[in-house]
Write a protein that binds this ligand. Structure first.
Ligand code: GDP
Length: 661
């Protein structure tokens, strides 16, 4: 401990420069981070017992005394060797031998510690010296820089320059290790305490005080030390840092926030889920954006052809964000609720800006996950690569456990009902939940009531018979069985049927509905038909049975209007797809790109486009590998619509507009 102080007193620049002669001491005091310092200081504290027991010698005194090695005209290297030798000797001799004798012995023996020790011991003066040393220890230990009184017992010329360098308010030891919050008096307390007990006790008080101070303000000590070395007057740095420490931060925070708590909120979710719009609108409603500004945003966004982004512009501040209609950086705004001050972070949803989103989420306490309820978009957010899923995962991993899910774009989903349920506990299944927690926010139907309130579609019973095959199997007895849903018309046992493809006829020998044999069945029924007069090998899943008088058309080429979903690759001529139609799953290619259509009016906006991109409506021609039976959408909605998939993702939905023979 004391040794380190002594090292501080050294002029490193002159004596050691880059030479780490004094090993750790030099480095530890000057080249460590505060955290490492804390550890190191702790270990130093362990050493304090050595000081207490007098095992470690304080060179402060030595440095400042007339017996200082510097007085022997030693080089820096020799001085270091001398200190090191003295250190070793003190370990053997303790404080019993005065400095001058040890120094003399070391110098005489050219820093050979063993010889020096032998010489000192041989001198047989130890006994006498011990007696002498009682006096030396009783004042000297304290005088080792720890007592102003004892310092003053030396000649001023010896100590003043050093003390001046190290002193703040005249307390030599406290300056480097000031405990923040303590007055100079308190810090220097032990040094003024009149000596009552044995010297070692006082020393221990002093050193423990100092050690305490070190552990509390290692960094401060360096700062003050540095400034001390430039000036002998007390520096304002120390005083101001003391004042800063005295602030009652809790009370100040309370005052600053008007009694409200601070909360960092991040808004996350898939791109275009409406995060910026939602929060921008909320800020506007809260009065954080004035009407004039909002009006300006409305006008400007309209002019830019992005009227629907007016609220998003409240948070999307950069030109690029506004132009692209995506949040790129984390927008930060403040607003208040009844009891909280909220720092709102609007995270980018686009996957290209996930790193920015992580930055936002890492600073958040709580999160709002915005989910787009509209068809296709909801799914996109949950698909692999969808940000509803990824953001949810990210914030959770970053320790945000409190999450609110905002189901957005409800205005587009009049037919969608959201019902909280528990399959396990049976909550809200056939009777409305009585749970107070739930009743706080949910007043809707239970699941059974909701099912009961669905409206059945108009069944096309008046139209020609159509059944799409979902399974084919051999039954006992004659013939074979097919199952499927009757999409249109009705059937009676004994009816003649045409299968398309393969364009062959058969007879319906039996009809089974819900495992019961029936005489007839109609549109909407899931039935099983027992067929005779046809080879089972001719029938596949996806075949359509119809009446021979009103046959369905089978083809390999047809035209369709498609709506393209969230695709990554643009669709070009020859693009391979998998056509999903009723129970059929058939490889196909987009044979021709005929035109791009306006989403709202259906008018052609571009003929023969080179490619189609995300969100476009287009007229295309498709070619399937094998013939499939189709209807025009305008005639049979159920049999005229399909989905296109590519590489495991659904890329478009379409309706048949023209069948090429
Ligand atoms: P973000 O990428 O999640 O920040 O989404 P934006 O706030 O930029 O909104 C994307 C698009 O969704 C914009 O055209 C908005 O007008 C639209 N949008 C946002 N919220 C809603 C909503 O509640 N209903 C409808 N219909 N559109 C919305």
């Amino acid at each position: 401990m004391a040794r380190h102080r002594n090292v501080r007193g050294y002029n490193y620049d002159e004596d050691f420069e880059d030479d780490d002669l004094y090993g750790q001491s030099v480095e530890d005091d000057y080249c460590i981070s505060p955290s490492t310092a804390a550890q190191f200081i702790y270990s130093r504290r362990d050493k304090s017992s050595a000081v207490d027991t007098g095992e470690e010698y304080d060179y402060e005194d030595l440095k400042e005394s007339s017996k200082s090695p510097s007085n022997h005209q030693l080089s820096g290297v020799d001085q270091a060797c001398l200190y090191s030798s003295l250190d070793c000797m003190r370990e053997v001799l303790g404080d019993a031998v005065p400095d001058e004798i040890l120094i003399e012995a070391v110098l005489k023996n050219k820093f050979d510690v063993q010889k020096a020790l032998a010489e000192v011991l041989e001198q047989d003066k130890i006994q006498n010296l011990k007696v002498k040393n009682v006096g030396a220890v009783s004042s000297g230990k304290i005088a080792k820089g720890k007592s102003v009184d004892s310092q003053s017992s030396r000649s001023d010329s010896e100590i003043v320059p050093k003390v001046a360098k190290m002193t703040v308010s005249g307390k030599k030891q406290t300056m480097g290790f000031e405990v923040p919050g303590l007055t100079a008096e308190e810090n220097g307390h032990s040094f003024h305490t009149p000596q009552k007990g044995p010297p070692s006790e006082d020393t221990s008080i002093a050193s423990s005080d100092v050690l305490e101070s070190v552990s509390k303000s290692a960094l401060l000590s360096h700062t003050v030390q540095a400034s001390e070395e430039q000036s002998s007057t007390p520096t304002p740095v120390k005083k101001s840092s003391k004042l800063k420490q005295q602030i009652d931060v809790k009370a100040e925070l309370e005052k600053r926030q008007g009694g409200k708590q601070l909360l960092n909120l991040v808004v996350i979710g898939h791109v275009d889920a409406g995060k910026s719009t939602l929060m921008g609108h909320m800020l506007y409603l809260l009065g954080n954006v004035n009407k004039r500004t909002m009006h300006k945003y409305e006008q400007e966004s309209k002019k830019a052809g992005k009227a629907s982004f007016a609220y998003a512009w409240v948070l999307d501040e950069t030109g690029e964000e506004r132009e692209r209609g995506v949040t790129m950086d984390v927008g930060m705004t403040k607003f208040e609720t009844k009891t909280k001050i909220i720092t709102l972070m609007d995270a980018p949803g686009h996957k290209d800006f996930i790193p920015n989103m992580i930055t936002g989420a890492a600073q958040a306490d709580v999160a709002i996950l915005v989910v787009d309820a509209s068809r296709g978009e909801f799914e996109a957010g949950f698909e692999t690569g969808g940000q509803t899923r990824e953001h949810g995962l990210l914030v959770r991993s970053l320790g945000v456990t409190q999450l609110a899910v905002a189901v957005n774009k409800m205005d587009q989903e009049s037919d969608v009902a959201f019902i909280p349920t528990s399959g396990l506990s049976g909550e809200n299944l056939i009777t409305r939940s009585q749970s107070n927690e739930l009743l706080k926010w949910y007043k809707g139907l239970c699941l059974l009531e909701q099912i009961d309130s669905f409206k059945p579609p108009q069944r096309s019973i008046d139209k020609p018979f159509r059944l799409c095959v979902s399974d084919v199997f051999k039954d006992q007895g004659s013939g074979f069985c097919v199952t499927g849903k009757i999409e249109a018309g009705y059937i009676q046992t004994g009816d003649r049927l045409l299968a398309m493809p393969p364009n062959e006829t058969c007879t319906a020998k039996g009809i089974t509905l819900h495992d019961e044999p029936v005489d007839w069945a109609a549109a909407g029924d899931h039935v099983s038909l027992t067929l005779v007069g046809m080879d089972i090998i001719k029938i596949n899943v996806g075949c359509i049975f119809c009446g021979p008088r009103d046959p369905i058309k089978a083809c390999t080429r047809f035209r369709a209007r498609i709506l393209i979903f969230n695709i990554e690759l643009p669709i070009t001529k020859g693009f391979p797809v998998l056509l999903h139609y009723q129970t059929v799953s058939e490889p196909a290619v987009i044979k021709r790109l005929i035109s791009v259509l306006s989403k709202s009016t259906g008018e052609v906006t571009k003929k023969k486009p080179k490619f189609l991109t995300k969100g476009q409506n287009a007229l295309v021609e498709l070619q399937t590998q094998r013939p499939i039976a189709l209807e025009l959408y305008k005639d049979f909605k159920e049999l005229g619509r399909f989905m296109l998939r590519y590489s495991g993702s659904t890329i478009a939905a379409g309706v048949v507009t023209e069948i090429k023979e």
